[in-house]
Ligand binder design. Structure first.
Ligand SMILES: [Zn+2]
Length: 58
């Protein structure tokens, strides 16, 4: 069992997080395309990313 495995809240698919994953990092599920956010690393928790169009373009 990989300690960095999380479960997609939408499709239940398992994903492996990179070792350098940080809280607040945004991910997308490769299986269902859900936008996910890392909520906590210990314990590993993941939730839906907020549907906010943020503009950090500058
Ligand atoms: Zn998924």
């Amino acid at each position: 069992m990989n300690a960095n495995q999380i479960e997609c809240p939408d499709c239940g698919g398992h994903k492996a997080l990179a070792p350098q994953t940080e809280v607040g990092q945004l991910l997308s599920c490769a299986d269902c395309g859900a936008r996910l956010e890392v909520l906590s690393l210990i314990p590993m928790q993941i939730g839906h990313a907020p549907q906010i169009e943020e503009d950090f373009g500058e």
